[in-house]
Design a protein around this ligand. Structure first.
Ligand code: ADP
Length: 708
């Protein structure tokens, strides 16, 4: 292609060929050559030479055909092809390449390409590319060019070295695709994403502000109602107050629903993975709804399958939210009979348990024609529902979104006037006691113990301040008030406090800034509890990151506030300030067979206690192992499970990890295994525990002889 012969030379060549080539009837091709024969000066005739050149003729023709074929392809393809020499001068450009860049073939041939097309910024890049080619390297790249009429276009180019007949690099051959349109789309997409992110941020900000604005007065209404309820009231006043409280609580539910919905829409709802106890969770749900159920004369039952593991990992807050909603509806739409909350084990799968939750009622039921729309936002079966039962029609839609975030679906079965059954199932990893968040305090706040403690209350809103102050004064706590962060700092300079309650959003200096100042500039270690009105994600993290120790979401109840104050002011001496995340016991190193930290903290330094616990463990484990083998030998499943059950608590106390899991399997799932499967499990447990007993005996011995 580089040396295409001109038209005239081609025509002459073809004429010569035709005069001296003979195509024979048998398909052979013969070439004739001749020359005159002289006798002295006399021309006496010609010498003719005929040669059969069929094979070489066919090969040459084939080559010509192939070349013509590829040239047609190159000329017509949607890709641009250009060849340049080592000085970057154009040797050949196909019509499409010319179209891309707006120059004619004549304008291009012999001219250096980069200086024609490259915007200033691309020159170093294209230089690099040419250097690669000189080293015989191929590559592909995207690059902007400027066309003859000044437009910027993007080309995607695959380029390779161009070789001469001696196989020396003589230039570059590049095939390019015009990707301007794609680049434009990419740019639009990037802009749209930035726009969306900006909108989401604005929405989040709006939400944070809105939740603050609405929740702050709600805090005052609910708080003042609580205080009012403690004063002597006539029956009528009491009824009015009850109506105010109920409406305020309902309003709070609606605000929370709308906030949840917006968070779900914005994809900002996160699902936690923490250890929790299902039975306790369901009991809490039951406790919350018991009052309403009893008021309506309904039985409220909770049934938990005995196979449900003690600890599972998941999001207890969201599961509670779903159960409260479903069971709350069940109570709301049932006038006689019972509401039942059930949790059953539906299966086990690689370390996780399938928990099937069911909420059943004997209420008004749901019309099949409405069931199709039940999950739509703001949908209710008919308008009379709102009038009669209240609600927003948002609950189930939120439940479904939450369930889906946890990989589950909500399934509803219902018959009009018979009742409704709603299920959802979750696969939750099985955890250990170590996964449970540390309990705040086993003791309930005792107002007497808080008497005389001194709290700094930093809050700009007068009502909120009055409310919190009154609750604290009722518990005989001394309160100093500050209107903003700056006043708070001034107070701390002057006197010592047992605790600081710090509002987050305040004029002049907000709670985050004030906390950072107290911690970083003044080295204050007094517990600081954030009072936040915002329910948006990240608020809690922001409080902890600023150096606060805990937080309380407004509106709060008296017992919540006092509990928190109690936990932080009267925490046992030596209890470290809880870090931002719940402190997890550091994982036991691989080869540590057991861990005495729990025993040590229980024994509070009493070495005799530890030694006697270890001794008891050794002897009881020996007995339990014997029981385990005996039960296996006679195939008595119940005894096998009983032996495993007996051992589990002490294994947990001492963090004997692999054995805990195996014992758990035996205790809870032995029924699912055959004898052949159980035997190796027991063997492994046996081996592991013997190793532990051996190490423990050695430690006991060392303790006795003073070596430990
Ligand atoms: P809300 O309860 O706030 O109205 P939901 O989304 O929780 O909103 O429920 C939507 C509608 O579904 C309810 O208004 C009611 O018509 C119907 N519904 C939900 N649960 C039940 C139930 N257990 N029994 C009868 N109807 C129900």
């Amino acid at each position: 292609m580089a040396d295409a012969p001109d038209m005239a030379t081609q025509v002459v060549r073809r004429l010569e060929e035709r005069l001296n080539l003979f195509h024979m009837s048998n398909g052979r091709v013969v070439e004739r050559e001749f020359g005159p024969v002289w006798d002295g000066d006399t021309d006496i005739g010609f010498l003719w030479k005929f040669e059969d050149i069929t094979e070489s003729y066919k090969a040459k023709k084939g080559l010509q055909l192939r070349e013509a074929k590829y040239r047609t392809i190159i000329d017509n393809m949607q890709l641009g092809l250009v060849e340049t020499d080592l000085e970057k001068r154009v040797l050949y450009a196909n019509p499409n390449y010319c179209n891309f860049i707006g120059y004619t073939n004549e304008e291009l041939l012999g001219n250096p390409l980069p200086s024609l097309l490259m915007p200033y910024g691309s020159l170093p890049h294209i230089e690099q590319q040419y250097q690669l080619r000189e080293q015989g390297v191929s590559s592909s790249y995207e690059m902007p060019i400027v066309t003859k009429d000044g437009k910027t276009k993007w080309l995607f180019t695959g380029a390779a070295p161009l070789y001469d007949q001696e196989h020396a690099v003589m230039g570059t051959i590049g095939i390019s695709l015009d990707i301007t349109h794609m680049k434009q789309l990419e740019q639009n997409l990037r802009e749209a994403k930035q726009q969306a992110e900006y909108s989401a941020k604005t929405k989040e900000l709006f939400l944070a502000n809105m939740s603050h604005e609405i929740r702050t007065p709600m805090n005052a209404i609910l708080g003042m109602s609580q205080l009012l309820a403690k004063t002597p009231l006539a029956t009528r006043q009491s009824n009015y107050l009850h109506a105010i409280t109920t409406s305020a609580e309902n309003l709070l539910v609606i605000i929370n629903d709308i906030l949840d919905l917006t968070k779900l829409d914005a994809g900002q709802m996160t699902i936690e993975q923490v250890g929790f106890n299902v039975t306790r969770l369901c009991a809490q749900v039951e406790k919350t709804l018991l009052y309403k159920a009893e008021e309506k004369g309904l039985a409220l039952n909770t049934v938990i399958d005995s196979l449900v593991p003690d600890v599972v990992l998941g999001d207890p807050y969201r599961i509670t939210q779903i159960l409260l909603n479903l069971a709350g509806n069940a109570v709301k739409f049932t006038s006689k009979g019972a509401v039942t909350i059930e949790c059953e084990v539906a299966g086990v799968e690689s370390g996780a348990v399938w928990l099937a939750f069911t909420v059943r009622d004997t209420g008004i039921g749901i019309d099949p024609s409405y069931l199709k729309y039940i999950f739509q936002e703001f949908s209710q079966e008919d308008v009379s529902i709102t009038r009669k039962f209240g609600g927003t029609g948002l609950g189930l839609s939120i439940c479904r979104s939450l369930a889906r975030l946890m990989g589950s679906e909500i399934v509803i079965e219902s018959e009009k006037n018979q009742g409704t059954t709603i299920h959802f199932a979750l696969a939750l990893p099985i955890g250990t006691v170590d996964d449970l968040p540390p309990r705040r305090s086993a003791t309930s706040p005792n107002a007497q113990e808080l008497r005389g403690k001194h709290i700094l209350l930093v809050e700009d809103n007068e009502y909120n301040r009055l409310m919190a102050k009154t609750l604290l004064l009722n518990a005989h706590i001394k309160v100093t008030e500050a209107e903003n962060g700056e006043f708070a700092i001034a107070c701390v300079r002057e006197q010592r406090f047992d605790l600081i309650l710090m509002d987050v959003q305040m004029p002049v200096m907000d709670g985050f800034e004030a906390t950072r100042y107290l911690r970083e500039q003044m080295g204050q270690t007094t517990p600081i509890i954030a009072l936040t009105a915002s329910a948006t994600s990240g608020e809690k993290e922001k409080c902890l990151a600023a150096g606060m120790d805990d937080y309380l979401t407004k509106p709060f109840y008296e017992d919540e506030l006092l509990q928190l104050v109690y936990d932080w002011v009267l925490r046992p001496p030596g209890r470290p300030l809880p870090p931002a995340a719940p402190p997890k016991v550091a994982p036991v190193p691989q080869r540590q067979l057991y861990d005495l930290r729990l025993l040590e903290s229980m024994g509070q330094g009493d070495q005799k206690f530890i030694a006697s616990m270890l001794q008891t463990f050794i002897s009881s484990t020996g007995t339990a192992l014997r029981d385990l083998h005996a039960a296996l030998a006679v195939g008595n499943l119940a005894s096998l499970q009983a032996a495993a059950h007996k051992m589990c608590p002490s294994l947990r106390h001492l963090h004997i990890q692999p054995a805990i899991e195996l014992m758990d399997t035996i205790e809870n799932w032995a029924g699912l295994f055959s004898y052949d499967d159980l035997q190796p499990i027991v063997e492994v447990v046996d081996l592991q525990l013997r190793e532990v007993i051996f190490a423990m005996s050695a430690e006991l011995e060392a303790r006795r002889t003073g070596g430990a």
